[in-house]
Design a protein around this ligand. Structure first.
Ligand SMILES: *[C@@H]1O[C@H](CO)[C@@H](O)[C@H](O)[C@H]1NC(C)=O
Ligand SMILES: *[C@@H]1O[C@H](CO)[C@@H](O)[C@H](O)[C@H]1NC(C)=O
Length: 279
């Protein structure tokens, strides 16, 4: 190896080492709750104000309260309004019931799994988006049901975080991993599909703020860009920053995923060895 090659090689290693360190340490309760003095005192005041509204252990967790504050730039009043609206929405929509509702009609056609975890134990919603015929769902009038199904899945994954926190795990957020191979302009990026996309995003942003640690898309294509361009304005800053898009260069996304999620947790489409899910 000549000198130039060697230098290039060692700087790659240094970059890689830094990259690995950042990624492994970047998440968890500690980071999520690393607050400035002002933010910490806002959290104490916020807790005192909303305490009577919090009726389970998950809600009393600091990480639960911090989400509303973060979503409203630590404006205590605005965060309280947001939280109250959320609790009202949960009651009106009977969100707790989604646990027991039967979505077997949708599960087959809209594949999404919630049994994958990253290296620090964050649950991952894995979406095989190429399976999702959004156009047909819209034409068949299934949009509202599809939105409710998504809500049930979001309830499940956020509930998993809560369960993990109760066990003392350092988990605060969730990941989304999406394989976009085969996505096309007819089934997923069609004009009549866009309102449904926007509805998914606005529901999640309004009712589940600050939950997404990373939103990783692999095997992206021009159709994905069309969708992203339309929905981007509806993302919060947190989500916009969380989105990572990889194209078809498998080597790039394999390195990235290997660093975050072990291969035994990933299914074949994501370069892993986990057995297929039976829908
Ligand atoms: C999530 O769904 C799985 C499979 O249906 C279920 O076993 C689990 O209890 C659910 N978890 C939560 C927190 O709802
Ligand atoms: C969680 O993180 C804290 C430090 O932030 C550490 O002391 C503790 O061992 C971690 N717990 C688990 C279960 O990883």
């Amino acid at each position: 190896m000549n000198r130039v090659d060697f230098e290039f090689f060692s700087s790659c290693i240094i970059v890689l080492v830094i990259f690995v360190n950042i990624n492994v340490n970047a998440i968890g309760v500690k980071k999520f709750l690393s607050l400035s003095f002002e933010e910490k005192s806002a959290l104490d005041k916020f807790r005192a104000r909303v305490a009577p509204l919090l009726d389970d252990n998950c809600m009393r967790h600091d990480t639960y309260l911090v989400r509303w504050l973060r979503a409203r730039n630590f404006d205590i009043h605005a965060a309280e309004v947001m939280l109250r609206e959320n609790l009202k929405w949960r009651k009106d929509q009977k969100v707790e019931n989604t646990r027991n509702e039967d979505f077997s009609d949708l599960k087959q056609d809209f594949h999404l799994t919630l049994d994958t975890y990253d290296k620090i134990g964050q649950p991952i919603g894995v979406i095989d988006l190429y399976e999702w015929d959004m156009r047909r769902a819209v034409l068949q009038g299934k949009s509202p049901r599809l939105v409710r199904y998504i809500m049930a899945l979001v309830e499940n994954i956020t509930g998993q975080v809560c369960e993990r926190q109760q066990k003392g795990m350092n988990v605060t957020q969730v990941m989304v991993l999406l394989n976009a191979d085969g996505i096309n302009v007819v089934q997923q990026a069609c004009p009549i599909c866009m309102p449904l996309w926007i509805q998914f995003i606005t529901s999640v942003e309004n009712y589940y703020p600050e939950w997404i640690d990373e939103f990783i898309i692999v095997d992206s294509s021009p159709a994905v860009q069309i969708i992203l361009n339309v929905i981007r304005p509806f993302f919060s800053r947190n989500t916009r920053n969380a989105i990572k898009v990889f194209g078809h260069n498998r080597k790039n996304w394999m390195t990235y995923l290997d660093n975050k999620i072990s291969r035994s947790e990933r299914r074949k489409e994501y370069g892993g060895i986990k057995p297929p899910f039976r829908f």
